[in-house]
Design a protein around this ligand. Structure first.
Ligand SMILES: Cc1cc2nc3c(=O)[nH]c(=O)nc-3n(C[C@H](O)[C@H](O)[C@H](O)COP(=O)(O)OP(=O)(O)OC[C@H]3O[C@@H](n4cnc5c(N)ncnc54)[C@H](O)[C@@H]3O)c2cc1C
Length: 453
């Protein structure tokens, strides 16, 4: 009898769970153990900070590779094909179809529901070759001994040996921290200048379930000579007739702003959301919901870049946010995590599961991809309003051209990211001139503002 390879996955988020699916589908020779520091989302109450993830073509493709998985996930999400913005002149919402393809939609699903579905489907399919262990915090990684230590249930210490270790443990990855101590591992992490808060409220019947509504505004920063505050709010449909209101804003540096501009009291929450951000939609926010929202601490966003996603002597890899955390601006974090999983599986297939060949090849492919999408995410965000206007105009023209003359133009970056599965590195190459121009303009604005402060 051959002994099974022990695969230890730290992190039961979307990346770790999808990888467990792929590994168990690949081979009966793998014994997969997934640990997560949180409790099982199927038995715990949904977190108040639970947020909704949009799954586009790339994510869908990754889920479809596992029989029946896409359909299971699809049932727990809402298909959104339109974007809505309010026209104050016409006093009404205007709806824009995101794609001419009637089959195209973005599946909006709460991260918790996505994980719950991946977990349920894993348990249905596993045949004694899967262990799921929650409330288990990995706090030590010994890459030399191929061993991890975890605190399970808040007290007992568990030691676990592995043949392959997967760090799917998100932005503050302990597996990545262990890799960091190895030679030639470069790592950068920085705060994004944006913070976010979330609220879940009932979705009024008059609000269409196939559209996300948006409000965007630029506010001068309370007379401070710093860059203005950009606020972006989305009212995103969820299953069970709910609405996830997600807001992102960039507060003035050094100032702890717990709420977006205009919200100074609990009553402001109800008034601003229903009158200013989302008028004429009938959204109702109870006193308790407003209070809870008001007291919620905003969450920060990190961007992470690593020079390698593997450690060969330690037989370890990192996937998803552990390798390349980014802001949700282009809605690609989870899609990029799923792309890592697909790439790793493809390499196992090509190299007959020989980890000594697969691991370096995995970095070779995915580091480029990870850097490309984090760069696209930050560098296609002009601070200059003129440049933003120009870019939106050119992208609009490219979009139109691509429909009439597909050979002349391949479409805007948002189309290529959300509606195709073209590698991120190829998309970044196509838009490198824009990225350079925006970086140059942003650097100039940052240096001007910091000189004024
Ligand atoms: C507001 C918001 C909106 C977003 N919208 C989108 C979107 O529209 N589209 C998109 O593609 N992406 C989106 N993202 C990004 C997406 O959520 C992440 O990229 C994705 O969740 C990454 O998955 P992951 O499994 O790599 O990491 P995570 O989801 O962070 O999961 C990591 C898991 O590891 C566990 N863990 C951490 N440390 C340890 C430890 N020491 N021991 C044991 N377990 C540990 C954590 O409990 C967690 O369950 C959004 C993110 C945010 C915050």
């Amino acid at each position: 009898m051959t002994t099974k390879k022990q695969i230890v996955i730290i992190g039961a988020g979307p990346a770790g769970l999808l990888l467990a699916h792929y590994l168990l589908t690949r081979s009966n020779d793998y014994q997969v153990t997934v640990y997560d520091k949180r409790s099982d989302p199927r038995t715990s109450e949904q977190s108040k900070r639970a947020f909704v993830i949009g799954i586009s073509q790339r994510g869908r493709q990754a889920l479809q590779k596992i029989d029946g998985l896409w359909n299971a996930v699809r049932e727990k999400g809402v298909a959104v094909s339109k974007t809505a913005v309010y026209s104050p002149k016409k006093s009404q919402w205007q709806y824009f179809q995101r794609s001419k393809d009637p089959d195209y939609f973005n599946l909006l699903i709460s991260r918790d529901y996505l994980c719950i579905t991946l977990l349920d489907e894993l348990e249905k399919r596993a045949k004694g070759n899967l262990n799921l262990i929650f409330n288990a915090t990995c706090n030590q990684v010994d890459l030399k001994q191929h061993q991890v230590k975890l605190i399970v249930g808040g007290e007992s210490v568990v030691e676990q040996s592995y043949d392959l270790l997967v760090g799917a443990d998100g932005v503050h990855s302990v597996v990545r921290n262990a890799m960091l101590k190895q030679p030639k591992f470069d790592f950068q992490q920085r705060y994004f200048d944006t913070i976010w808060k979330v609220m879940h409220v009932p979705r009024p019947v008059e609000m269409p379930a196939n559209a996300s509504h948006f409000f965007r505004k630029i506010y001068p920063n309370n007379g401070l000579k710093t860059a203005p505050c950009k606020l972006s709010v989305g009212a995103i449909p969820e299953i069970n007739d709910k609405l996830c209101i997600l807001m992102f804003w960039n507060p003035a540096p050094q100032i702890a702003e717990e709420n977006p501009p205009g919200i100074n009291t609990t009553a402001d929450v109800q008034k601003i959301v229903t009158d200013t951000w989302f008028p004429n939609l009938g959204i109702k926010i109870s006193d308790a919901q407003a209070q809870e929202y008001f007291q919620q601490r905003p969450s920060t966003i990190f961007e992470t870049k690593c020079s390698r996603y593997h450690d060969l002597p330690g037989q370890a890899i990192i996937v998803g946010d552990a390798a390349h955390a980014m802001s949700s601006r282009l809605g690609q974090g989870c899609q990029a995590a799923f792309s890592d999983v697909m790439a790793f599986d493809r390499l196992l297939q090509e190299e007959a599961d020989n980890l000594n060949i697969v691991l370096p090849k995995y970095s070779e492919q995915q580091v480029n991809e990870g850097h490309a999408i984090t760069d696209l995410n930050t560098q296609l965000l002009p601070r200059s309003q003129r440049l933003l206007f120009l870019m939106n105009m050119v992208m609009g023209i490219q979009s139109k051209l691509s429909k009439t003359f597909p050979k002349l133009s391949k479409g805007s970056y948002s189309y290529l990211l959300s509606q195709t599965t073209l590698p991120y590195s190829q998309i970044a190459e196509r838009f490198q001139l824009w990225m350079r121009l925006i970086k140059w303009s942003n650097d100039k604005i940052i240096s001007q503002t910091s000189r004024k402060v």
